[in-house]
Write a protein that binds this ligand. Structure first.
Ligand SMILES: NC(=O)c1ccc[n+]([C@@H]2O[C@H](COP(=O)([O-])OP(=O)(O)OC[C@H]3O[C@@H](n4cnc5c(N)ncnc54)[C@H](OP(=O)(O)O)[C@@H]3O)[C@@H](O)[C@H]2O)c1
Length: 271
């Protein structure tokens, strides 16, 4: 693979995703705010740079996998990033942000002749390591065709095209995470009630996930809850993403009774 790919954001998810690219034969130029997190990739041959713009090749592809919209906007507007990417350059943004942030950045890219592709990720770091990610993506047709092999190499077991209107793939991601969090909290409440009434939660999970709820989320979270581990642990991601959905819904004047409630539950659980 001759094309040099820029990769910015080597956190819990970024590191295994970038590792997949190196293992697939891509040449990587990597940047992370905390430089030490790049060490495993440097050991595999990645070139580490000290400024985001230095990870970017003119007319090339740069991937970002950052915590939130503020971090993403900081990187895109950092000195030289857009100028270096230039015409025909593509930015694949994979972190979970607001659809309005994605649209704003897509417009900024357009002004500079480059293209923004949003490709948020379904799957935890363990799923990235085993290439079991699900990835919805949105962007111009030409850019999507160019990035498709890369998304597969990053660990996408399935890639879903949501058209050319940036914001759509982000909405898919927010909907998915909201449904996952809703399922987790519903199962926790229901299985606790069952156990306190003397019915084995594991047996309930076994029956329901083979019959009415044979879905990966019910299967995996049901098993965790029955085994007394918390499906979301200390992670701040569910709260961040429920709040992104809530804000997006409110801007569109769409009701948010359940996300309001989940916000309160998640805030209490994190404190
Ligand atoms: N982890 C998951 O299970 C999972 C699953 C699906 C989607 N996601 C989404 O993927 C994204 C990344 O998640 P993660 O779990 O990898 O998070 P993480 O481990 O906290 O990593 C976040 C990354 O963003 C960088 N960052 C944060 N603020 C920054 C700033 N102001 N300037 C520059 N860089 C900044 C961090 O740099 P430092 O290393 O210097 O802190 C790090 O590289 C999030 O949007 C998350 O919602 C995560």
């Amino acid at each position: 693979m001759s094309e040099k790919i820029g990769f910015i954001g080597l956190g819990n998810l970024g590191l295994p995703v970038a590792t997949n690219l190196i293992d697939a034969g891509y040449t990587l130029q990597v940047y992370n705010r905390t430089a030490s997190k790049a060490e495993p990739l440097v050991a595999k041959g990645a070139q580490q740079v000290t400024q985001p713009a230095d990870a970017v090749t003119t007319g090339g592809i740069v991937v970002t996998l950052l915590w939130d919209g503020a971090a993403l906007e900081n990187i895109v507007t950092s000195s030289g990033f857009l100028e270096q990417l230039g015409p025909n350059g593509i930015h694949i943004s994979m972190g979970t942000v607001l659809p309005e942030t994605a649209r704003k950045l897509a417009a900024i890219h357009e002004q500079h002749g480059s293209t923004y592709v949003e490709a948020p990720i379904f799957g935890r770091p363990e799923a990235a390591a085993t290439k079991k990610l699900w990835i919805p993506y949105t962007g111009s047709q030409q850019a999507k065709e160019r990035v498709q092999p890369l998304l597969k190499a990053m660990g996408g077991q399935g890639i879903f095209d949501f058209g050319e209107e940036v914001g759509a793939a982000t909405i898919v991601k927010l909907v998915g995470n909201f449904l996952i969090v809703s399922a987790g909290y519903s199962m926790r409440e229901a299985l606790s009630m069952a156990e306190k009434n003397g019915v084995d939660p594991q047996a309930i999970v076994d029956m329901l996930t083979q019959t009415l709820f044979p879905a990966p989320i019910y299967q995996s979270y049901g098993r965790m809850i029955a085994e007394k581990s918390e499906p979301f642990g200390e992670s701040e991601i569910p709260l961040k993403d429920v709040d992104l959905l809530k804000k997006t819904a409110q801007q569109a004047e769409s009701p948010t009774p359940i996300s309001n409630f989940l916000h309160d539950l998640l805030s209490t659980d994190l404190n």
